[in-house]
Every structure is written in structure tokens, then in C-alpha cells.
Design a protein around this ligand. Sequence first.
Ligand SMILES: NC(=O)c1ccc[n+]([C@@H]2O[C@H](COP(=O)([O-])OP(=O)(O)OC[C@H]3O[C@@H](n4cnc5c(N)ncnc54)[C@H](OP(=O)(O)O)[C@@H]3O)[C@@H](O)[C@H]2O)c1
Length: 260
Amino acid sequence: MSKWAIVTGASSGIGAAFSPLLAAKGYNLILVARRRERLQALQEQLVKDYKIEARVHVADLTDPEAPKNLLDSIEHPIDVLVNNAGFGKAGEASAIPVEDQLKMIDLNIRALTALTLTFLPKMRERGSGCILNVGSVVGFVSVPYMSVYAATKAYVLSFSEALDHETRPHGVRVQVLCPGSTQSEFYDVAQSGDKKIDRPDSVMMTSEQVAKIGVNMIGGGSSTKVAGFMNRLVSFIPRLLPRRLMTFISGRFTPAAPSK
Ligand SMILES: NC(=O)c1ccc[n+]([C@@H]2O[C@H](COP(=O)([O-])OP(=O)(O)OC[C@H]3O[C@@H](n4cnc5c(N)ncnc54)[C@H](OP(=O)(O)O)[C@@H]3O)[C@@H](O)[C@H]2O)c1
């Protein structure tokens, strides 16, 4: 019986890295993002290398109709949904256009929630399936100069953990992978105005490393996994410090801080 997985944000970074790893495990794939050429190139590569079926679904997931359109376009049961598409905008909140900040909420929260709740009922009926939501280590703490982005990832963490508690007894999992700084197009997109966010590759994990941790956690015991030892440490520290102090520290050290 063939297995099918959906990867959102498959045109670059972590989502692009998820796809061959899932293909290697025998999943047929539905690749979702806005950039058609990138998805088609990945599709061709996957079909050639892994002899799987791969489909391209071009969509702007901030369109409220997008989750239903995706569901309607699929004939197979979905075994794994990787809700990876997301972006952040860095800078002082008052200086970033309101529309950009609301788009973050539309994609990171609204689309992720809609896709989860669109595919969950069928998984629940079948008594199997896994939704892997991509959160972030910033979901554990408030982050000045990335305030809206960090808040969207706090939502992803809270939503996924609560849902996993509901669905686990019924054979369905809703898990959350929390990467820290990762080499991808993320920081290019996060940049507001001319100020480049300087993040040396040496302090970042690669998208492949992060995706590997994600693929290995699918269906396993953990509801939540932080990618990498240093990031696990970073996600643990907020449990020990007063929230105001933690916010001060994250505001000083975030790569988006104005002093950087
Ligand atoms: N890189 C990091 O440091 C880091 C750290 C923690 C968490 N994360 C999370 O990891 C996930 C993947 O990010 P990444 O680092 O791989 O960044 P990335 O390279 O910029 O990839 C983002 C992906 O999301 C897709 N996307 C963006 N807007 C979309 C929209 N409106 N509709 C559909 N797809 C859209 C992009 O494709 P198109 O542009 O083709 O649509 C792209 O495939 C995100 O949820 C991000 O928040 C990243």
C-alpha cells in the first residue's frame, strides 16, 4: 500500500530537505509552495532518484481557500503532513509594514491551523497518520525585534502539544519540530529594508540536519523536539529565569537586534 506525504514550503530550505528524506522512506510526495519551477525541479529529481510518485501543488497558503483546494486536489489518504511553510520578519515591530506582519500570522498560524484541522479528521477516522508542524526555538521565549514571528511560533508549539494529547490515544500524532538558526533562505526573507542579518553559517545547522531530526521523530514518542544540543539548551533556559530577564536577554542576543 503506497504512503503519501505532503510537504509545505518544499521549494527551499528545510522543506526542500525534508522531501528526499521522506522519499527515501518510500513516501510519495505532494510538494507545496508558490515557486512552481523550484517545485518542478525537485519533483523531477525525486522521481528519478527514488522511483516514487511526486506531485507539485502551487499555492499561496495565505489564501484562505488554499487548504480546501489542496484537500480537493488529492485522491489518496495522507499519511504525513509536514506543515513547514513559514516566514519571519525582523526589526522593530513599529517599522515593519502591518501587512507583512499580518501575513506572518496568516501563514504561520492560520494556514498551519487550517491545514491541520482539514487533514486531521480523515486521519482520526482511519486511526493513523502524523502531522509534523515546524515551530522554532523562539516559540519558547518572547523575542524583541522578532516579536510577531516568535509569537506565531509560540502558538505552533502550544497548539501542536495540546492536539497531540487529544489525538495520540486514537493512533494519530501531531508533533512539533523546533529548529534554531538554520541555513536556508529564512534570513534573506526576514530582512527588513537594507540591513542584512549577519548570521555566519558556522553557528547554524544545515536544513538537511534539521529535516533529518524531523523525519526521524515522525510517529515516535516525542511530541516536541528541539533540533540540536545548543538549541535544546536555549529552549531550557527560559524555565529557570524570570520572564522579563529572559526577554531582555533575547532582545540583546537575537541576530535581529539593532546593535548587531
Ligand atoms: N531557518 C531558520 O533559522 C529557522 C529557524 C526556526 C524555524 N524555522 C522555520 O522553518 C520553516 C522553514 O523555513 P526555512 O528556514 O526553510 O526558510 P525558507 O528557506 O525561506 O523556506 C520557506 C518556505 O516556505 C514557503 N512559503 C513562504 N511563504 C509561502 C506562502 N505564502 N505560501 C506557500 N508557501 C510559502 C517558501 O516557498 P515559496 O517562496 O516558493 O512560496 C519556502 O519553500 C519555517 O516555518 C520557519 O519559520 C526556520
